[in-house]
Design a protein around this ligand. Structure first.
Ligand code: AHG
Ligand code: MN
Ligand code: MN
Length: 327
């Protein structure tokens, strides 16, 4: 049996990285326990305010955010924290060498219906050790990430992590409260017949995405010549987990539904960490044209269209978009 602690001792490039990952995953144990108590822990329902993105916050969005923030602020290696739920990044310990970014609670609309939710995190290097960190320090492309991962609070709590050149999965043992390694070197099939998209937004998509979904729905009667199946968890963490387990394509594409937003998902807290996991597992991740991990961020809260998963299918979507652009 290999625990997360054993794994970090063997594979983490440095003790600082191990330490912040341990802090984040320890908070994950607390969130997991709160979720298991559900309504009995008075964690369900609205918090009564909106976050910087203009979204209504749930009690658990705020609670998970505060637990992570408090724990990371005490970690001497953490120079600053950026969260989907906070307007600005929070400076932590100026002598730290790492910046931590997170979506404390992914899939908020699932909380009150007892469905899967998660926590997504990303670790970046801090370049100005000794000085107080600020928002601009976080504006690094996803290819600079030192580690990324998520916790999925599903029927069991699972941690997916990448700190080296591969992706590993752990399951939280409820008896010992340890993360136990369940899969080394996760790999995604390059082909798939399963896709995830919120199709209610069809009329807001660009033409190539509409064409793509039309082709999948036509199945064996259309140009693809085979049938496709659809799944939508409404928590990216759940959809990405399914893809790491059995392949697939996930997209939250560009749409015109949200004024002045390129899509719904956030580059720094969702797209970048998930793209690193997916690429390291042999998949691909693009905004439909460009590699997500190469996007130079201009704002810590910026949004980005996301197409990720099995490589051949992601490339197919990308080719449709490139061909359209060339016309
Ligand atoms: P969050 O709960 O952190 O705001 O993220 C929810 C995101 C993502 O996890 C999911 O794929 C998507 O929003 C679901 O969106 P719809 O409600 O439009 O289906
Ligand atoms: Mn989210
Ligand atoms: Mn969230």
């Amino acid at each position: 049996m290999t625990t997360l602690t054993d794994y970090l001792n063997d594979y983490s490039p440095n003790p600082a990285l191990s330490d912040v990952i341990t802090t984040v995953t320890d908070v994950g144990k607390t969130i997991s326990q709160l979720l298991r108590k559900g309504a009995l822990a008075d964690i369900l329902g609205e918090a009564g305010n909106q976050n910087v993105q203009g979204e209504d916050q749930k009690k658990l969005d705020v609670l998970a955010n505060d637990l992570l923030l408090d724990a990371l602020a005490k970690n001497t290696h953490c120079a600053g924290v950026a969260s989907e739920e906070l307007d600005d990044a929070t400076p932590a310990n100026a002598d730290g060498s790492l910046l931590v970014l997170f979506d404390p609670l992914d899939g908020s609309s699932n909380i009150d219906i007892n469905m899967a939710v998660g926590t997504i995190f990303s670790v970046l290097p801090y370049q100005r050790q000794g000085q107080i960190s600020e928002n601009a320090d976080f504006l690094q492309a996803g290819n600079q990430q030192l580690a990324a991962g998520y916790l999925l609070y599903g029927t069991s709590t699972v941690l997916a992590l990448t700190i080296a050149d591969h992706v590993v999965m752990f399951s939280l043992d409820p008896d010992t409260n340890d993360y136990v390694l369940i899969q080394e070197n996760v790999q995604i099939d390059i082909n798939t017949s399963e896709y995830a998209i919120n199709a209610s937004n069809y009329r807001y998509w660009r033409a190539p995405m509409q064409q793509y979904i039309d082709e999948l729905i036509a199945g064996e009667t259309g140009v693809r010549g085979r049938d496709f199946n659809t799944r939508w968890v409404a928590a990216m963490v759940g959809d990405v987990h399914r893809i790491l387990c059995r392949g697939g394509l996930f997209t939250y594409p560009f749409d015109t539904k949200y004024a002045n937003k390129a899509g719904k998902l956030r580059l720094m807290y969702e797209a970048n960490p998930m793209s690193l996991l997916i690429e390291r597992a042999g998949g691909a991740a693009t905004d439909a044209v460009n590699r997500i991990l190469d996007i130079e961020p201009t704002d810590i809260h910026q949004r980005v269209p996301v197409v990720l998963g099995s490589k051949n299918e992601v490339d197919y979507v990308k080719n449709l978009h490139v061909t359209y652009a060339d016309k």
